[in-house]
Design a protein around this ligand. Sequence first.
Ligand code: G3H
Ligand code: 13P
Ligand code: ZN
Length: 321
Amino acid sequence: MTNEMPLVTSKEMLIKATNEGYGVGAFNANNMELVQAVIETADEMKAPVILQVSQGAIKYAGLEFATMMVKVAAELASIPVVLHLDHGTDFLQNVLCLRAGFTSLMYDGSAEPLQQNIAISRKITEIAHACGIPVECELGKIPKIEDNLTEEQVSNLMANPEAAEKFVEETQCDSLAAAIGSVHGMKEDIQPLDIGRLDEIRRRTNVPIVLHGSSGVLRTRKDAEEKGIRLKDHEGTVEDAIKHGVAKINVATELSLTFIRAMHAQLEKTPGEKDMRKILLPAKDAVKTRVREYIELFGCAGKAEVAGASGLSASEIKYHE
Ligand code: G3H
Ligand code: 13P
Ligand code: ZN
């Protein structure tokens, strides 16, 4: 019945992506239809994929349901799938997910003073590494649109490249969520990234870099042109970020919006519908279309075969020239 493809860890998957210059999509798993849409599309495109579960999703679905949904979907697919904790804001959340069988963790200590962020990150990497599980840690702060920050305030929260070097060394994190100008939860993809800063962080560190808040980031230079947005010399898009070494690209809001809009459209078309599945199925299909676009943009189609099984270690990651 199943292809028996077990979950893989994000470690080799992201090192391979970094070295080969493509990105892996990390999509937020909020319900069954969304999980199926992401994994089916990745399977069709032979792309490695990360399903991530936030604390909000754990509160909504329960840890057991969230975990089992992704595990079952992964077993039915023939691609490598990672089950990742998204923005675990404390030690306990990370330990609970480690015990539940997550194959990748995140500690987001961005609300803590730097020394505290480093200390808790290190404590989590030590425990997770003992179980063979990699950990993503956050430096700087990737804010939310609801924080209502000015451009200058967003810029002031970005990760400092010098601090990034020390942070990676001291925390022993396996990937770095570096704040480079994106903002979580945006409904429009208009935000440019600080590619100069990304280059500098890549030059000083040797772990895969994670882009958060990707729904709001300009996808391509062509998109920027079409939207009449002029990029400064050091600025760039998702496409540029991948060229400059970003390996994991987090998308939540755009898939949620796509799902909601498709449900609205279907309800308008068939207002008297009594079968909920007939409203949910078009929403799932709309998400599949969007995930297909993202996988094409990230360049990870056809990369499934060896991702997650390359046997590389973090020390073998190529530095960005
Ligand atoms: O970065 C966080 C994601 O956007 C999802 O967070 O599921 O708790 O709303 P949430
Ligand atoms: P968006 O919701 O802005 O796409 O951000 C997703 C994210 O960064 C999850 O960690
Ligand atoms: Zn995020």
